[in-house]
Ligand binder design. Structure first.
Ligand code: LMR
Length: 399
């Protein structure tokens, strides 16, 4: 059986992680996988998470299954976090939430429920988009098509091209949107652009499928969820995949949720029963630990406050790193404008150098970013920004 399999090239992000780990050079810099790092280059467990884990271990009485939709308390805490505690959709009877193994599990579940409801659906994804969107959504049997999103000339969103592409979509088409901190570019829509997009989505009867993996790491918790809240208030149907990997630092605990808004209470119930069936056929029931921790953090006033403070520190640090790297690059590569890095949000920036230059940075300077020149700004440290900027200058031929 397995002799017939051809080896395949590993996913670029995972291959880079392995190469970085294998590199013994002390100067190495990991700007690859999207994981937050502090000023020591560590990805620590958040204090609020640690406290919630301790309370959980002390009070936990069973390891029996949580059930196919996950922990009810987590699901409702996530609804309040994502939509806002007073959002009308919470009391509408049209929202259903299923806990999923990470944002990936939520994305896959979202794709599967869309395919179940409408097997010939096409999902329109931004160019570029997170590389794993393609296998996650395509693997569910959905066709994928691109729409133009990023403008390399400005380092921002090419909103005119995006709007024109979406304007051409047929009714019922699915549009994948990144709520905030776009992965891989860091380029987000403004609130005015979101409102314009909403009118377009409404007029064209499109289904928004919104991925939010970085709530709180762009502007702040509410602002980062602006698009989801706006769309949820105005549209009959919205699908949102949410991850707790980055904002709670729970990466390996695989904690996420799928929120589905249907046009009626009955349609929402039918969708939920289908999602339960789909989940049962893939992971059966979700892992508990991360969700129980998030529930503990969000429902304890002191822990929530501490978590919001830690989240703000991560965000402030990333923003400061963005400013610092722009300054250093201005000094070492004055011929080239990298100021867009400071305008982008979240962990990532599309750096805009060629694949050959990315590989040279890796081979000669032990600086790791994905071949498309996506860099995780949070992987930089105050003490290696200078090294990074000098290396870039050398690779670009300015040094
Ligand atoms: C990333 O984009 O690097 C992260 O979301 C981690 C992953 O699984 O790819």
């Amino acid at each position: 059986m397995f002799e017939r399999l051809e080896p395949i090239t590993p996913d670029g992000i995972l291959a880079l992680l392995a190469a970085y780990r294998a590199d013994a050079d002390p100067r190495k810099v990991d700007l690859g996988i999207g994981v937050y790092r502090d000023e020591h280059g560590e990805t620590p467990i958040l204090e609020a998470v640690r406290a919630a884990e301790n309370a959980l271990h002390a009070g936990q009485t069973t390891k029996a299954y949580v059930g196919p939709t996950g922990l009810a308390g987590f699901n409702s805490a996530m609804e309040q976090l994502v939509f806002g505690a007073s959002h009308p959709v919470l009391a509408s009877g049209r929202l259903r939430t299923v806990q999923a193994p990470g944002g990936c599990g939520a994305l896959r579940l979202g794709a599967e429920i869309i395919r179940t409801a409408s097997p010939r659906s096409v999902v329109h994804v931004p160019t570029p988009t997170w590389a794993n969107h393609v296998p996650l959504l395509g693997g569910a049997g959905l066709a994928l098509e691109d729409y133009q999103y990023f403008d390399p000339a400005t380092g921002g969103v090419h909103f005119a091209a995006m709007r024109a592409a979406i304007e051409r979509l047929p009714a019922g088409a699915v549009v994948l949107l990144h709520a905030s901190c776009h992965n891989p570019t860091g380029a987000d829509l403004s609130t005015e652009q979101w409102r314009e997009l909403l009118e377009l989505v409404k007029r064209r009867s499109l289904l928004p499928f919104i991925d939010m993996a970085y709530q709180g790491l762009g502007e702040e918790l509410d602002a980062d969820a602006y698009a989801i809240r706006l769309f949820a208030a105005e549209l009959p149907e919205v699908v949102c995949a949410v991850s707790c990997s980055k904002n709670f630092g729970l990466y390996r605990e695989r904690t996420g949720a799928l929120h589905l808004i249907a046009s009626t209470h009955a349609a929402a119930d039918a969708a939920l029963s289908n999602m339960v069936k789909i989940a049962r056929g893939i992971w059966s029931m979700p892992p508990d630990h991360g969700a129980a921790v998030v529930h503990g953090v969000l429902t304890d006033a002191a822990l929530r406050k501490s978590w919001e403070g830690e989240l703000a520190s991560m965000r402030i640090r990333i923003t400061a790193l963005r400013a610092a790297v722009v300054r250093a690059l201005r000094e070492h590569c004055p011929q080239r404008d990298f100021s867009f890095i400071a305008r982008q949000r979240g962990m990532f920036s599309y750096f805009g150098i060629t694949t050959a230059q990315v590989r040279e940075l890796r081979a000669r300077h032990h600086i790791y970013m994905t071949d498309d020149s996506r860099m995780n700004v949070a992987g930089l440290r105050e003490e290696n920004i200078e090294y990074f900027a000098q290396a870039v200058a050398e690779v670009l031929g300015h040094g």
